[in-house]
Structure formats: structure tokens, C-alpha cells
Design a protein around this ligand. Sequence first.
Ligand SMILES: [Ca+2]
Ligand SMILES: [Ca+2]
Length: 570
Amino acid sequence: MKKLTFLLACLLLTVLCQAQIVEATTTGTTSDPMSTDTGSFLTIRENAGQLPSPIVTGNSVELCLNSRYSLHSLSGTATDQQISNIVWAAGKAPFTGTYRNIYVATPTGTYLYDPIGHSLSWYSSDVVSGGAFAIRFERELDFDAGVSFMPALLASVSLCQSTESQVASCPKGSGYLTTRLFFGVQTVKGLTPILVAHSSVPEGQPGWLPDPCTTGSNSIEVVLGNLKYVSNFAQTNLTLQQISQILWAGYGCTPHTIGSKAGLTVPSAVANYYLTQRIYLANENGVYRYHNRTSPGIDLATRDHRIEQIKPADVRGSLQSAVSGLPWAPCYVILCLDSSYVGQEYAHLETGFVASNMLIQATAIDLGCHFKTKLTSGEQSSIRAATNIPASHIPQAIVSIGPMAALVSISAVLQGDGRPDVGWVVPLTTKFFAPGADVLNDTPTYEFQLTTTKSATGNAAVCEATGVAPGTYDITALSEHTLMNAKRGVVISAPNTSVDLGTLLEGDSNQDNIVNLDDYAILSMCWLVSKAQAEYDDRTDFDRNGLINISDLCLLAANWLRSSPVEIPP
Ligand SMILES: [Ca+2]
Ligand SMILES: [Ca+2]
């Protein structure tokens, strides 16, 4: 059953947004957030377990992160809509182990959640105790449960409309069958954009991080519905603002307090904060330790937001080659646990919380994210050796972050009615420039030496360019003995974009960017010569049919005095 569920869940990952998000009312708020319908669980069962579609609250990822906190005494009754949004979010987390089953314990019994159908099915007569409902996870990795907890927690925060009778939460339950995430419906603190994670380092000084954003223009349900869990990244380094945002989302300070301790974007069992000083970042400038407490960095009553360089060298290549399955990325975050906490369930859960928040935040600011878990002891040693991370800090996961790379499908029409099938297999030089480029002289951002094939429709030569950072480009295409086409202001977005680069004009035998008498001279030297003959010059066999004849002359004549770049309209 677990395997079947896992297979079904894997299918889910290939189908985006099976459970359609529906827009809330025009005010952008929940449709019935104050429902006092005490028969909600009966409604679920009578409707064969189908949950209502999740609603869009309009609250941003950053606002929810900043407002999250745990309430430990939980009570109340949840509506179907509240359960729907929260369990739907849990089901959106990417898998990091071999299986994951999500259960919902309610006052009437425990149900198995089906993320594909967004429905609950009867599982057992175990009822929730100490809250309105609870989510239970069966999984291979504690890290994986942490990854799935966090979207549910943030979705619950986002359901807040007032400070009364809203969803509150607390992860707990070690020693039970599985770790559980409890929810109540009661008085909460509400949403707050007040930023408390300021850097103690003066602006511009080493270690300074700019203030992260706590508002954002996204809606968290939209972000969760389309998490950018990817492994292809563009080779574009992150800005310090992006790094600041990711680190804050993962383990940054928020306004709430737990006793004398300052709270974070993630919950922590008994406010232990297992990852304090255990989060490292590797980018093009070196390796850094993240600090969310003021120097020396261990006083949990303090708040900070800064990085400390521990190695001034780019170790990304070393990491990527040392760790199996680690994608190339412009930025790696290495989540470590103290050796004394390795194997401790809550510590591993917390590692998953941090990774999950980074994924959610990355998605919200249009970056992709990937998790590498199950590091071998050899890989852990290699990571420490490459980074200068202390020996007692044991790497548990690497979070890869960067702009998503796009695969660009390029098509171009080739001239010549008599062109044989093999004549559609041609070399194609494609360049991507910053908009407004002098495409004959400027240095491109990307250059690809590609070979085309004949399209399925038979009327174009097609090829693919990979690893392009999303953005707007001027794109050129050039083949042997053609002029160069240029298409301006092409918007490339991940994961896939198709670009039609028009018809490549034949006739530029000598590749001097104009079709003129010099090209005609080359053609005339081998007039009516075929491929078997010594005089054959493939530079002037424009239609690639193995014979230089009237067809080639007509192409040259048709493009007479045309020159590169040939501007292709958008
Ligand atoms: Ca020429
Ligand atoms: Ca020919």
C-alpha cells in the first residue's frame, strides 16, 4: 500500500496543480473563514472524502514566514476549508525519501490523504487529542517530514483573517507512531510585517546582509502550488539581496519570542534551535557561516542577520564533484547538525524545515531550489575538507539555489525547394546577447554551436540550447553559407521556451556578411559541378543537394546584396 501510494504520489509530481486553486472572493480573503459548522468532519465523510478546493488568501510567503509561531495549548474545531488548505500544502512538498504517507487525525477518526485527488479516505478510529486536528507523516526520512511540515504550517498562518478563531499550530509527538503536526482554531497573534532581522554589521562591510523583505507581492498558495524544485540552474550568481532573503527565510529571526528566546521562521523543539551556527553558504566568493544571533552568535535571546566568511575561495566545483547527485548551482547552502544531535529526530525535522522554507522562498523570488540528502560519510568528509566547516558540524543536506535554466527550442527555415532530408542537418551557431546588442561585434552572453535536424512537420531545422538564464535576449542564428538572422527582445523563461528565428538566407559563401559578387565568383568557379568532382565547393551548394546549379544561383540571386544581420520581426 505504501508503495502504491508512493507511486501515485510520484505521478502527482508530474502533473502540476492537480487540485486546482480557486480564487477567493474579490476581497482576496477566505470564503468562509469564520464558519462554526461543527458538522464539518461528517461533511467530509459523506462526500466520500473529497476536500473542498484550496483557496487563495492573498498573503505573501514572506508575511507568513515572519508571522509564524507555535502555540502549545491547542483546541477548537476546524472547518473543511481550513483542513483542505493545510493538508493540500503538506502534499505539495517535494519528496526526499522513498515514500511519504500523510494522515489527518480528526475528532471523528484518522484519514489517509490522497494528494492526487485532494481527498481523505478512512484509515482508523484514532481521533485527535489536544487540538482541532493533526497531520501525521509516515516517511523514510525525518528530514522529509520537516520538508512537508513547513508548507502546511505556512498555509495555516495564511488563513488568518483576525486574531480570533484562527488556525494555530505546533509540531510535536515524539514517541508516538509518527511525528505529528497539531492544529487548533483559537486566538492567535495574527500577521505582521514588522522586520526584526537587521544586520549588526554596518552596511557594505564584510558580513553585512541587506534587510530581507517581509511583505512580498506573491500569494503563498500560488507559490506552494508551483514550487520550483528543479536541478537545472543557470550559471548566474545570486545577488546579496537574494542571499539575504533565502537565509532569512530558512533560519531568520521573527518578532515572536519563546520565553527569553527570540523566535525564528522555523519551529524548534523546546526552542533548542539545533541549526544555530550550523548553516553554511558557498558562492562564487567563498564559504560563509550564517548568524541569526549577535556575536559570538550563540545567545538565543539576541537577533542578527549576517554572514561570516570562513573561507575566501570558490569551492562550488569541489562540492559538486565530491557529492553524488549534487546539481551544479551558483549557490549552495550546507545544513549541518552538531555531531551530538545526528540521529535526533527533532534535529533532523528542523533541518527539513529550513530546507523547505528556502525552497518556498526561492520559488517566491523566481529562483529554483534542490535538496541533496543522504550524504555519505565520505561525502561529509569531502564537504568539510572543501569548506573549512568544523569537524563537529556534520553536513546533513545541501540546498542548491539559483535561477532556473531554460531549455530553448530553436527553429529556422532553410531555403531551397530541392533540399534533401540530409540537407536539413546543418551546423547552426546561435548567440544570446543583452538586448540592443551590436550582434556582429558584441560578445554574447551565450554562444552555442548546434546541429539541426529536420522538424517533425518537415518545414524547419530545429535544435536546442540548454542552460540559458531566464531573461530577455537578442538572439542570432547563422549557418554555413547563410546570412545571420537576429531576433530582438526575445523573452526566455524556464523551463522551456521555443524561438522561431525565421528563414536563413542563403548565398554568403565567403561568410563576410553580405551576398555579392565575391559569392557569385565562388559559385561560378564550380558551375554544374557535383559532389564527386574535385572542383566541388560545398560553400556554394546552398541547397545541399550535391550539385551546384541553377537552384543555387537562384538562391544567391534572390538574396543579392542582402547583408547581416537580417532582422526577424518579433
Ligand atoms: Ca559574401
Ligand atoms: Ca545545390
